[in-house]
Design a protein. Structure first.
Length: 202
């Protein structure tokens, strides 16, 4: 077996192991999220905790910094706040898991059927759009952050906080990689077409 075959076999094994771990991780994550949301909706929350940072404008009357930490606790809209406060940590983790899963699915198929197999452009396209669509994930995360900051900062609004939060969450490098993957997909599509033409002439 050649070195390339060993590498591709290792990639396939890692991909399958990752899918199992991803399924288990998502199940645990979903259970925790359901528990958090259920506790917030069915219970009687009185406050929530949000990571604000050390350098921040003046706080609203209902907000208090947790001493010695970058965390702030607030009492306004505790039900909604206790749910939204979890999203800035969950969304990046979920996004990364989805991207890695799509990448491994594409690599697994390329290893099994070859670089110019029929199903590969679809999988590569999903990966490319997931990467190029990072601004959508960033907007969701930024909206959550902007709402929470508008609750805990004096005089702040969702509109005034949305722009800076979106800029912090946006990753242009990820978008650029996504565009590159989509260009790679177009090359694979042409290769698939050429393979079909060759197969038809044999």
């Amino acid at each position: 077996m050649t070195v390339d075959s060993w590498v591709l076999s290792a990639v396939r094994l890692v991909a399958r192991l990752y899918f199992v771990l991803l399924a288990v991780g998502l199940a645990v994550l979903a259970a925790a999220a359901v528990g958090k949301i259920g506790q917030s909706l069915a219970g009687e929350p009185t406050s929530y905790v949000f990571e604000l940072g050390y350098d921040h404008p003046p706080l609203a009357d209902s907000a208090r910094m947790v001493e010695g930490t970058p965390l702030v606790t607030d009492h306004d809209s505790p039900r909604l706040g206790s749910v939204l406060a979890e999203l800035p940590q969950l969304l990046p983790t979920l996004y990364g898991a989805v991207v890695i899963g799509l990448a491994l699915r594409a690599l697994d198929l390329a290893r099994e059927r070859g670089l110019f197999c029929d199903g590969l452009p679809h999988r590569v396209g999903l990966l490319g759009w997931a990467l190029a669509g990072q601004p959508v994930w960033a907007l969701v995360e930024a909206t959550t952050t902007a709402y929470l900051r508008s609750q805990v900062l004096a005089g702040a609004t969702v509109g005034s906080e949305l722009g800076p939060a979106f800029g912090a969450a946006l990753e242009w490098s990820t978008v650029a990689v996504g565009v590159g993957v989509l260009l790679l997909r177009s090359i694979i599509v042409e290769g698939v077409g050429m393979r079909r033409e060759l197969d038809g002439t044999v």
